[in-house]
Design a binder for this molecule. Structure first.
Ligand code: GDP
Length: 363
């Protein structure tokens, strides 16, 4: 192949032909087989707080293989009676708001000053940021990742938002059974994933920044309405006054919203995740919220509603994935799609024919 550097004028430079890489570095190096545990071994060890088996059970939850799902469901079922005893906290904020820095700081405070055990989960269906790699999340939360009382698990990377959310919800159950009394579910502050997180947590924390000028924008409004606490980050150095002003604006904006069902008036605080200023105050607010909603019955009401919601979500999701993963359906869909595109049949007729094919006239 001609290469510019091989031109005679570059007399001192000769580019050698590359070599074709062998298919594997060492074909004799066999993949280490992981010991297969029985569901009861998983359960026994999870209940003892064994992180390695907890982690492997979460991998089963995330797997799309049928056998893995079978074992995962059995583990979840048996862990369920030991779950529920935690504070489930959703944390959201736009990229750059300081979620990783803050979670690191919150986690260290909770573990060291409040003797808690913290699991950090995430819902990020696009998962572009870390490509679902554990290393990505470990470097994001540097201090916390070295803590034995912290369990950090990145977002399940594959699948629809519904699928990803279900897996995270199931992971919460296992983490609680393993003794984690505080669960963070983090999400990027864009799109619909907030709604999914909101449906699985007790308290929804929104991290905001001062001076972004979008305090009252459309999407944020929706998210603000879900928030039980708004915390303005980066209240440090010359930014303190701006952060306080933003907090006042958020407080005023909150007055425009109807009273939440919980009857808890969302609080607005300023803090610095990086310099660790104002963090105990945030957890005082969270604890106050829990005492408040436990006293007025909203805590149980919400958890029951969430359980109901997740039953329907699981049905919807399983029906959908069962349908789309069916080989006959897959083939027929391609044909129907083309017929619709060619205007040979209407979308509705195509849909009906597909469902008839799936249910085989049992409807
Ligand atoms: P994420 O995308 O929401 O996870 O945000 P990061 O935690 O990665 O933070 C984004 C940037 O903001 C990083 O450069 C952080 O160092 C910086 N940052 C985070 N928290 C603070 C803070 O409290 N004060 C200041 N000054 N910078 C912060």
């Amino acid at each position: 192949m001609h290469h510019p550097e091989n031109d005679p004028q570059y007399a001192g430079l000769a580019v050698n032909k590359g070599i074709v890489q062998p298919p594997s570095i060492n074909p004799y190096l066999k993949k280490k087989q992981r010991k297969a545990y029985t569901p009861s071994e998983y359960i026994e060890n999870i209940l003892k707080g064994n992180i390695t088996l907890l982690s492997q059970a979460v991998t089963l939850i995330e797997s799309s293989k049928y056998e893995h799902q079978q074992i995962a469901q059995e583990i979840i079922e048996k862990c369920l009676p030991y779950s529920g005893n935690s504070q489930r906290i959703g944390i959201t904020g736009v990229p750059g708001a300081g979620k990783s820095t803050s979670i690191d700081a919150f986690g260290m405070h909770l573990i060291h000053d409040k003797n808690r055990k913290l699991a950090v989960l995430a819902i990020d269906p696009s998962s572009e940021r870390t490509k679902g790699s554990i290393l990505g999340d470990k470097t994001r939360m540097e201090e916390l990742s070295r803590e034995p009382n912290a369990f950090i698990r990145p977002s399940p990377s594959a699948g629809s938002l519904g699928g990803v959310a279900r897996k995270t919800r199931e992971t919460i159950i296992l983490c609680e059974a393993a003794g984690f009394d505080t669960i963070f579910v983090e999400t990027v502050g864009v799109g619909q994933s907030e709604t999914a997180v909101h449906s699985m947590v007790d308290f929804f924390l929104l991290i905001q920044l001062a001076g972004t000028g979008d305090e009252l924008q459309g999407i944020k409004r929706g998210i603000m309405e879900m928030a039980d606490g708004i915390i303005v980050n980066k209240a440090d150095g010359s930014n303190v006054d701006k952060a306080k002003l933003a907090a006042t604006q958020f407080k005023n904006a909150l007055h425009l919203f109807p009273m939440p069902d919980s009857e808890w008036l969302p609080k607005v605080l300023t803090y610095s995740g990086y310099y660790k200023i104002g963090i105990p105050e945030i957890w005082q607010m969270v604890d106050e919220y829990f005492s408040f909603v436990k006293a007025n019955g909203y805590f149980d009401f919400k958890r029951n509603n969430q359980a109901k919601y997740w039953m329907y979500e699981s049905i919807n999701e399983q029906l959908k994935s069962n349908f789309y993963q069916n080989e006959n359906i897959e083939k027929a869909l391609k044909i129907k799609e083309q017929q619709v595109l060619n205007s040979e049949i209407s979308s509705f007729v195509a849909a009906k024919q597909m469902l008839d094919l799936y249910f085989g006239g049992t409807r």
